[in-house]
Write a protein that binds this ligand. Structure first.
Ligand SMILES: [Zn+2]
Length: 136
């Protein structure tokens, strides 16, 4: 486990759909924001953070004990990349930009064409069935 504090104002978020973010998150995209190099302060658990770097320089840092991706220094400029999942509660922000759409997963489609749920589907069997039925 770890905890950190944000010293900079938190901006709105962007979602990156590049193939590296797909692999790093195991999903379609990564929601994140950027702070200045002095924009965060580690409170605890920094020793639990480990890192892996690909040959092309793509770096992914994560907590050894809870598996969460954490902040890392960006390769361009004096900035720190922050995954949005680190935020607690309502930060008063939203996703306002989508990047690397040229690389988005073939199975990713616009939200208006999808079944949406405010919470978990109430009936899991029905939900699984509807996933199968809506296949094109
Ligand atoms: Zn990306």
């Amino acid at each position: 486990m770890f905890s950190l504090k944000f010293l900079d104002e938190i901006s709105n978020l962007y979602q990156c759909h590049c193939s590296l973010c797909q692999k790093a998150t195991g999903s379609s995209s990564c929601s994140s924001f950027v702070v200045g190099i002095d924009g965060i302060k580690w409170i605890s658990g920094r020793k639990n953070i480990t890192s892996f770097t690909k040959e092309n320089g793509f770096q992914s840092d994560f907590c050894k004990t809870c598996g969460s991706p954490v902040t890392n220094k960006m390769s361009i400029g004096e900035y720190i990349w922050v995954p949005a999942g680190l935020l607690e509660g309502n930060a008063g922000i939203s996703i306002v930009a989508q990047i690397h759409l040229n690389s988005k997963a073939s199975w990713e489609v616009e939200l208006e064409n999808q079944m949406t749920y405010l919470d978990s589907p109430s009936n899991i069997e029905q939900f699984i069935l509807s996933l199968k039925k809506s296949k094109k």
